[in-house]
Write a protein that binds this ligand. Structure first.
Ligand code: BYC
Ligand code: FE
Ligand code: FE
Length: 483
């Protein structure tokens, strides 16, 4: 009988619902890894606010109906733990050549290397994002936003723990080595960079942070959904719980962009500006003009598309066949869940033109997940555009074409406009600042990035949120600053 462990044991050094006390080898390995993690957090975690009391949520249970409690915590004292969603009894492998067989509780020997790679890549992104965001506390537009940043950061730290647990428990000596490497690589480092492109980019300002949490954390959502389908049950369970936390990260992004757009529209209206493309006049109001918001969106969306890998990928086909990584909502799809005889339409570059071509479905799985991702992105755009339309402006934010500004896959060797028209190198160099943030755009946003430490006050470029975190009132002191 499987015991569904719902509540988390907070008595030991490492909170968990995996009965770590009964597993002295893994417990010892994690306790040995712990000081290195704390050192990493102190070196690479949020800069300057480690002694402040932050109103954070901590998981006390894995029951989706109520799992978090809120309290003031100093970040280094946050209880990073190992939390697996409850086991599903008699779970079967939902796809691939082992479709319908009993889900694995141990690593299948033949797939060990492939599985380890997936877990390591997933694990690598989590601390990377913390590193990318570490300087942002200093320019937080409010204590509310600062708290949200730190909440995201501590949870990405926990996601690293989630993957390190899998490595330490199931991958022996190699797992321990990988766990050390995860603390050694650094975002943007020349000799030990993080593994995936977007995680070595900068997050220079708060608009980038909101774009990152909207677009890049959403890649996290898609990938975690795919891994939550895994035939390797411990990975499935850990990803399922990570997804509960992930929702807040994307909420931070979506509402952050909404509030930025709203403030810009309000300021334009108050000043009687009719043309949102009148960048100079809008910027003089101390708000971020809509065309610059579009450019930031173009940048973060295109960087994130690269995280899906190539449109056609044998890695993706192999991982699916093996039963390790499934599709978004795999169990809700009505087909054979093996895909040996089906096709999927893939956008490709054929004779210098962008064409849709039917390809075998298995190697096209990255493309499919990327399409699901694009569809998932659209919701935010509807909301943001509604704010603009309600304010009476004739301006629409759009997702750029998938051929725009790519470093991975079919379109990596060509240049395209944000509308997907192919252009030559010279045209790209001349026009790219129409679609991507320029140095000046960045500098301008930089001038707005000033901290607002008074409870209930907000920097001038962003509107206050509609509701507080944990239903707190508008002037709630989300962070008690202590530097
Ligand atoms: N940058 O067959 P290919 C998150 C490499 S985000 C650098 O085209 P594949 C989070 C690839 O590794 C979710 N290299 O692609 C968000 C391979 O190299 P090797 C993270 C790249 O393997 C915000 C070669 O190119 N989780 O959680 O099918 C905050 C050919 O690869 C890139 C995962 O990604 C790139 N962008 O797909 C915090 C899930 N793309 O092995 C957290 C696990 C490809 O030949 N990862 N390459 O040397 C995967 O499922 C797959 O590895 C990928 C790539 C989807 C990433
Ligand atoms: Fe994460
Ligand atoms: Fe996240």
């Amino acid at each position: 009988m499987n015991v569904n462990v719902i509540n988390v044991d907070y008595n030991g050094l490492i909170p968990n619902n995996v009965d770590l006390n009964a597993d002295s080898r893994v417990k010892a390995a994690l306790e040995k890894w712990h000081p290195g993690y704390i050192n990493w957090w102190n070196d690479m975690g949020p800069e300057g606010f480690q002694q402040s009391l932050v109103y954070l949520r901590t998981a006390y249970s894995v029951d989706p109906r109520g799992w978090a409690k809120f309290d003031y915590v100093r970040m280094p004292d946050y209880r990073w733990g190992i939390l697996l969603a409850p086991a599903e009894e008699n779970r079967k492998i939902p796809f691939g050549q082992h479709y319908g067989e009993k889900a694995w509780q141990e690593v299948p020997g033949e797939y060990r290397a492939m599985l380890r790679r997936l877990v390591v890549i997933q694990g690598d992104t989590e601390p990377a994002s913390v590193e990318q965001q570490r300087h942002l506390g200093k320019t937080a537009p409010s204590l509310y936003d600062m708290r949200n940043l730190f909440q995201v950061n501590v949870e990405e730290g926990r996601h690293l723990w989630a993957m390190v647990y899998i490595l330490q428990k199931y991958f022996g000596a190699d797992g321990r080595e990988e766990a050390e490497e995860l603390l050694r690589r650094r975002s943007g480092s020349a000799d030990a960079p993080r593994m995936l492109g977007a995680f070595n980019e900068k997050t220079p300002d708060w608009l980038s942070f909101f774009m990152f949490t909207y677009f890049t954390d959403r890649d996290g959502k898609m990938q975690l959904h795919s891994l939550a389908q895994s035939g390797f049950d411990p990975l499935s369970r850990t990803c399922r719980f990570m997804l509960t936390e992930e929702a807040h990260h994307m909420f931070v992004g979506e509402t952050g962009i909404s509030r930025t757009v709203q403030r810009t529209c309000e300021a334009m209206k108050a000043a009687g500006i009719e043309d949102p493309n009148d960048v100079e006049r809008v910027r003089a109001l101390g708000v971020i003009d809509l065309p610059t918001i579009q450019k930031k969106l173009n940048l973060h969306y295109s960087l994130t598309l690269d995280l899906f890998g190539s449109e056609l990928s044998t890695n993706a086909a192999n991982a699916y066949n093996a039963g390790l990584k499934g599709r978004f909502h795999e169990t809700q799809i009505a087909d054979d869940h093996r895909l040996n005889n089906s096709t999927y339409p893939v956008l490709k570059l054929v004779d210098g033109k962008i064409r849709q071509v039917d390809e075998p479905a298995l190697p096209a799985l990255n493309m499919r997940l990327r399409d699901d991702y694009t569809e998932d992105c659209a919701k935010g755009l509807l909301r943001w555009n509604k704010i603009i339309a309600t304010a009476g402006y004739d301006f629409r934010l759009r997702l750029p074409h998938v051929a725009f500004h790519r470093q991975i896959g079919e379109f990596k060797d060509v240049h395209a406009t944000s509308a997907g028209e192919l252009i030559d190198d010279a045209t790209w160099r001349k026009r790219k600042n129409e679609w991507l943030p320029s140095q000046q755009d960045g500098d301008f946003i930089g001038t707005l990035m000033r901290t607002e430490f008074d409870p209930g006050k907000f920097a001038g470029w962003i509107a206050p949120p509609k509701v507080g975190i944990d239903n707190k009132p508008g002037d709630f002191e989300y962070v008690k600053i202590e530097t």
